[in-house]
Design a protein. Sequence first.
Length: 674
Amino acid sequence: MTAQTPYPARRALAWAMRIMVALVLALFVVWLVLYITKGRFLRPWFERVASAQLHRSVKVAGEFNLYFDPIDVALRADGLAIANAPWAAPPALFSARHMALRLRTFSLIWGPRRIAVADIDGAHAALQWDARHDRNNWTFDDTAAHGKPLDLPDIGRGVITDSHVMYADPQTQLALAIDLAPVTATHSQIDHALGFSGTGTLRQQPVRFAGRIDQPQQTLSSEPSKVVLHAQGADTTVDLAGQMPSLSNIGGGRYHLAVHGANMARLFDFIGVVVVPTRHYHLVTDVARTRGEWVFTAIKGVFGDSDIAGKMSLGSRDGRLHLDADLKTASLDPLDAAPLLGFDPQRLDRMGTSGLVTYEHGHPRILPDTPLRSAELQRFDADAHYRVDVVAAKNVPVGQIDLTLRLDHGVLALKPLSAVVAGGRLDSAFVLDSRGPEVRTDYQIHLHPTPIGKLLARFGVQQAETTGSVSARVAMRGVGNSVRQSLAHSSGRLAAIIPAGTLSARNIQLAELDVGTFVQRSLQKKLKDPVEINCGLLAFTDRDGIATADPILIDTRKNIVTGNGRFSFRDESVDLQIRAKGKTFSLFSLQSPIGLGGYFARPRLKIISPALLGRVGAGAALGLFASPVAALVAFVDPGNGKAAACGPVLAGSGANAQRTQRGKPVKGLSPTPH
């Protein structure tokens, strides 16, 4: 006998079936009513619910439909407007003259959101960040600490016409007006690429751009899309091509970037980073976003007549924009290095080396006066390493430059900065503090012992006959917003030390104007015989931009060379006198002061000094009133120069500390300035 279901259980099952049937019938009735009426009566309900969900006012001014067709949700909202955030402008975040969507019902419940079909006409979107880049107007969650990335739903098929997007970010000073080209899709295929074009400003520089996004199947879906962009602005041209994961994830793509323009600094101005201005340039690089940073790899290109290669990254650290770079140049043209000091690269491009010189009140000036962009240096931080194999300089062989740069909250340190100069090593450090009302710069330069023969080869020094070397130190501090201003308000000391060695006879004898020795050696064909240097010091003490000789003292086997005078960083004038005193008797000597005057950019050697003219006049008078032989007396040097003690010379001591070998003060030196 078959067991029967108990009566109460049968009743419960029957009621459950009735309830299910009733629910299905009710849903069918709702579906039927919505389908017949197209849900027009739901507009007030839709506006209330949407406004509550978005925390923004949502209004539909025209035709409204909301129904199931048959399972997907069909929505039509003509004249739709979503209010903007209270702090943003214009009044509407999004508006559309006509919008018809078909939404996947189950994706609305369980996600991710998916729009099967979109038909949009006359849409306007105004996307904006606040001034601190903390909030954006498309993040509807008022409790969010920071604005969220733009998250667009997947769109399977669509038609978009007469639509525009505005984008503004006050922090990066970026404002764009983007026009979208009409987009149509049939049978799940986009008829053509999604095109866009527009204009705007970036860092107050006008830009214009055009491009397209091309996807083999569904451009508006989450499938990878190819993107091509061409942009121009501020004498800069950018071409980008690559692949991005989707419209809502542009930063996740990989791209190839080609950039060229008149000045690389203008390119970096677009992203809020200050770099050294350059002459015309062309760069190519691969770009990707990794761990929140834009990474530029395989950088290759040229600036001016120099090459450059390496890598770079740009991102945020501790809430501040941070640049990292590792770059290398195989051959650096000196003109391309000049902008590092503040010279105008476009002027150099037009005029070459003559562009280094300007004129002020009729006098030549060579120290650059380009202001340091100190306020902008405080807006980002940087760590960079730059190497140069060789500098293509004709005068002095320079190479193996190695520079480490660090910028931290307005303090720019170029240290260490090393190079090989004429076989010697140059180590230096420069620190610029832009945090105060005035820029303060510390200059530290150390030239290790360097062969004079290589250093001065271009000026006629015979390398084979020269064994002398020179070392130098500079320790200064300046105040000012440019190289010229900083040096014009500087204090410190500059010194070059020459230890024992030999130098070509031609140069040293001409410098001492010892005509007797010069003629004698010419007749004996010993012009290239080396001259022995015991020690030498060329030092200056700088006080508020005026550098005074402290001292100039060179001791050779035959002469004591002393110098007095000064040069000025203020007006770049030079006023120096060099005098040689023989240690032995010399006939036909013209040992009188040699003057060095003029300006840094146009120095002038004054051979005929007043003292020399006096000796010539005395000789002429003796020849006129006595005899021709008597005229030679004015040019006889008795040779009473006293040899200097090399200890204070090699120590780089001031003029007051210099002594002869007998411990007496050296004559002809100006006292150390106070």
